[in-house]
Design a protein around this ligand. Structure first.
Ligand code: SPV
Ligand code: MG
Length: 431
């Protein structure tokens, strides 16, 4: 008896899948690899149904003989384990993002003379349309809020990119790159105070008030589904913080990061070049506890950001504060540094491992930008935030175009740097 293998996420099932199962099962004993949540989370929205439910559904479909877990998008491990004679798949993955995964299947099957059989993709089903419906369900406040905690439990590191308006949020939502055996995308959105302020032509000194920040969050939420981490600056007065945090939680934001500074806040990347005052441990702990008490759900996280390294107060101070903030109820710690070398961050990570238990650690590698995500993950970091890269790349591009038109006194040459009119008109779909 021959064996046949197919892999499926089984979160949305349609007649195309049933057709694939039917065709595959005609050729022998059918093993179905159901993708684990971790595998789906690496390239798609989080599944709506949990892994066990998805398996149960597949097990009960006529033609399926065995259901096994597939832990990665890549088939290789499971293929070597089950050595099927055939792998079946639709013919829609020959080009584009999944083509490398397809090539790996072909190469692996060759090891024992197995064969990939591709059947015509079912044309009358729009998986994009179905996905959009599910995505929109996932974007309501309740389910969006809880996504960050879910991702933290599934992924070694949550990859987060800044957005400062609807358009940049669409970039974070849709950017996808196929790399080796994986499909890389961003997991979460950082609503940065620096880029939100810069986009409005204002300095990053808590001048853009909470009402305006909430407008930005709303704009981002309308066009995206990924969980949002808000840069809450200092959190302001405790008396104001407890109100604002409830509003933000209700909106469906997943986490707020507040920094232990007082008075007129300036951006951390100025370091000690400008006057900045660190809050006392006692007062900042009081702010964290008051915030925790105000919350209505277990999903929302308050992450405490330590500015000791930025303000040259030393490692011992940073560690002391991390312990105190965790004791005060912080759901996460962000350690910041503006050194080019990652050494002080790595030293903090090492010391943090000794007491931080499972409280997620966050880093923002704007200065120590040479470190790969894997390296952070190995050192116990749970969230990496690319805090300002979309606006920093957009500004020089806009300046170049503006200067080119000034230089040429017409816009023909600038067109080469621009998206075509056709593309900009269709970039944002009608619905
Ligand atoms: C921000 O993005 O606004 C931040 C991170 O707070 S940093 O600019 O590095 O201070
Ligand atoms: Mg900020």
């Amino acid at each position: 008896m021959k064996t046949v293998y197919i892999a499926i996420s089984a979160d949305i099932l349609h007649h195309g899948h049933i057709n694939l199962i039917k065709e595959a099962s005609k050729n022998g004993k059918l093993i179905v690899g159901v993708l684990k949540d971790e595998a789906i989370a690496t390239y798609k929205r989080l599944p709506v149904l949990d892994y066990e439910s998805r398996c149960l559904i597949i097990k009960n479909i006529v033609g399926v003989d065995e259901v096994v877990p597939q832990k990665t998008l890549d088939y290789t491990d499971n293929l070597r384990k089950y050595k099927p004679d055939y792998v079946f798949h639709g013919d829609d993955w020959q080009e584009g993002i999944q083509s490398k995964i397809r090539q790996n299947v072909i190469n692996t099957l060759k090891e024992w003379g197995g064969e990939l059989i591709e059947i015509p993709y079912t044309k009358d089903v729009s998986i994009d349309k179905l996905n959009n419906i599910v995505k929109n369900v996932g974007s309501v406040s309740e389910s969006r809020r809880s996504k960050l905690k879910t991702l933290l439990s599934l992924k070694p590191i949550v990859r987060t990119m800044e957005a400062h308006n609807g358009l940049s949020a669409l970039v974070v939502e849709n950017a996808k790159v196929s790399k080796d055996e994986k499909i890389n995308s961003f997991d979460a959105i950082w609503v940065s105070s620096l880029t939100d302020s810069t986009a409005k032509g204002k300095p990053d000194i808590e001048l853009v008030d909470m009402t305006s920040r909430m407008n930005t969050i709303n704009e981002i939420m309308e066009v995206s589904t990924k969980p949002i981490i808000l840069d809450g600056d200092t959190g302001g007065l405790i008396e104001h913080f407890v109100f604002n945090i409830k509003t933000i939680e209700r909106m469906g934001v997943s986490a707020i990061i507040i920094e232990d500074k007082m008075g007129l806040k300036k951006n951390s990347l100025f370091g000690t070049e400008v006057e900045q005052t660190q809050d006392s441990i006692e007062h900042f702990c009081e702010k964290i506890s008051a915030g925790k008490k105000a919350l209505r759900t277990d999903d929302f996280m308050i992450i405490a950001r330590i500015e000791s390294l930025i303000l040259k107060q030393g490692m011992d101070d940073a560690i002391k504060r991390a312990k105190a903030y965790i004791d005060a109820g912080a759901d996460g710690i962000m350690i910041h540094s503006r050194e080019k070398s990652p050494n002080e961050i790595f030293e903090f990570c090492e010391k943090y491992q000794e007491f931080g238990s499972h409280i997620p650690l966050v880093v923002v590698p704007t200065s120590f930008n040479q470190v790969y995500e894997d390296e952070f993950a190995k050192r116990g970091v749970s969230i990496v935030i690319y805090a300002n890269h979309l606006i920093r790349s957009a500004y020089p591009a806009m300046m170049d175009t503006a200067n080119l038109i000034l230089e040429k006194e017409r816009c023909l040459e600038a067109d080469e740097k621009c998206l075509s009119i056709k593309k900009i008109l269709t970039l944002i779909p009608d619905q």
